[in-house]
Design a protein around this ligand. Structure first.
Ligand SMILES: NC(=O)C1=CN([C@@H]2O[C@H](COP(=O)(O)OP(=O)(O)OC[C@H]3O[C@@H](n4cnc5c(N)ncnc54)[C@H](O)[C@@H]3O)[C@@H](O)[C@H]2O)C=CC1
Ligand SMILES: O=C(O)[C@H]1O[C@H](OP(=O)(O)OP(=O)(O)OC[C@H]2O[C@@H](n3ccc(=O)[nH]c3=O)[C@H](O)[C@@H]2O)[C@H](O)[C@@H](O)[C@@H]1O
Length: 361
């Protein structure tokens, strides 16, 4: 059995940021075909566009030298920060395969591996394409819930309702459940931002523009949320942050990780820098080099091979990266909490407030 867990970067040029580049996949498939001496099950573990398996199957079959290859789609659903927990106790494991006797036999072989620690009723099996699409759909549904919560937060602000109370009440409905309804400054991470455009692209390619438009809106609301946040910060300081110090608490895309890929903090910081604010940034797990790099890169640069990324990021004078909360917020005109780190919940906000300039929190 060979398991492929490669990145699947977005393509560049036409369709950039939408369609996926299968170059790495293609070369991995060719390598497997090259070195295989006996029949193999090839497991596709990465998040890939629908029907990637078909392309891989073609490459393997054309280069098979009489070897039988069975392709399985086994997408991963873990989330960062709880990866090991998710590995041991997943909500479900999904295995997609061909609906042929050979395909079913391959599914059973992989099922036997997972059955070592996962109850059988949690191991779901589907056809190949359903497995690929289920992964994209699960991410899209999660992101859509967050965008719904964020869209509601704007309405709450406008009407004087409290978004936490509204989300809590909505989530109490057993048909809706409370998870992934928390309003935020926008979702980040390498996956939602990247794979929803993939889904949009697949809809467009299949002649479904209205469906594509529906999913596009999830990203549009996410972008709106970040801009709206920056506008509110600026508006609350007499419509300018020029020359003012803004303390930024949290830079990672979520707590318990140092990952900054597509973190909303990048767009918020760039928005404030655009109005010439001076930023003092603190994150418990993200280092200075990473933050400077993120603020000088374009969207999705991290997704490209290293040789296509900026070599040495330009250090921005308006940005200082500090190693504790109190330094970040001392003499600040405003404080923005951009990552929900637990330690930010227990800070001495009276002390922080006392050390700030004319305060807007
Ligand atoms: N990290 C996460 O939380 C999750 C990741 N996934 C999916 O799993 C896949 C892998 O993700 P990660 O492990 O996070 O990525 P990663 O970037 O940490 O690992 C990718 C691996 O591929 C290797 N690699 C890169 N280019 C290569 C090439 N041209 N040829 C051969 N090997 C190459 C790298 O050395 C690395 O070991 C992606 O499709 C991702 O969407 C799915 C669910 C969760
Ligand atoms: O395909 C993937 O790689 C993974 O993508 C997400 O996992 P991850 O990106 O690690 O993190 P999430 O916990 O989903 O959070 C994503 C973003 O949504 C934000 N979020 C989450 C929940 C919420 O209620 N509100 C909210 O704004 C988080 O702050 C974060 O920025 C999915 O949750 C995983 O199931 C999936 O396997």
């Amino acid at each position: 059995m060979a398991v492929i867990a490669l990145k699947c970067p977005s393509i560049e040029g036409l369709g950039a940021g939408k369609a996926a580049d299968l170059t790495y996949w293609e070369s991995a498939a060719r390598m497997i075909a090259d070195v295989s001496k006996s029949d193999k099950i090839v497991v596709e573990k990465s998040t890939v566009p629908v029907k990637t398996a078909e392309a891989i199957e073609k490459i393997l079959t054309h280069n098979s030298k009489g070897i039988n290859f069975q392709i399985l789609s086994n997408p991963e659903f873990l989330t960062e920060g709880t990866a090991i927990e998710d590995l041991f106790k997943p909500d479900r494991v999904l295995i997609g395969g061909r609906e042929t006797p050979g395909g079913q036999k391959a599914i059973q072989a992989l099922k036997d591996v997972y059955a070592q620690w996962i109850p059988e009723e949690r191991i779901l099996t589907t056809n190949l394409w359903s497995a690929d699409l289920s992964k994209l759909a699960a991410n899209a549904f999660l992101a859509q819930r967050i965008s719904s919560g964020n869209a509601m937060s704007a309405l709450c602000e406008a009407t004087g309702a409290n978004v936490s109370q509204v989300s809590y009440t909505v989530g109490k409905d057993s048909r809706i459940v409370p998870k992934f309804l928390n309003a935020s400054v926008g979702f980040g991470g390498s996956c939602f931002q990247k794979y929803i455009p993939n889904l949009v692209c697949i809809c467009e390619c299949n002649g479904l523009p209205e469906v594509a438009e529906y999913w596009k809106q999830v990203i549009k609301i996410n972008d709106y949320q970040k801009t709206h946040f920056v506008n509110r910060v600026v508006a609350s300081m007499f419509n300018t942050v020029s020359g003012k110090k803004v303390g930024i608490l949290g830079f990672a895309f979520k707590k318990d990780t140092g990952d900054t890929r597509e973190t909303p903090a990048i767009d918020v910081c760039k928005g404030l820098l655009g109005d010439k604010a001076n930023l003092s940034i603190y994150d418990p797990q993200v280092n200075e080099d990473q933050i400077q790099r993120d603020l000088s890169m374009n969207k999705f640069d991290w997704d490209h091979p290293l040789h296509l990324q900026p070599m040495s990021p330009t250090t921005m004078k308006q940005v200082s990266i500090v190693w504790d909360t109190y330094t970040a917020t001392k003499d600040a005109h405003a404080v923005c909490i951009l990552t929900e780190w637990d330690k930010f919940k227990t800070l001495d906000y009276k002390k922080i407030y006392g050390n700030m300039q004319s305060v807007t929190c």
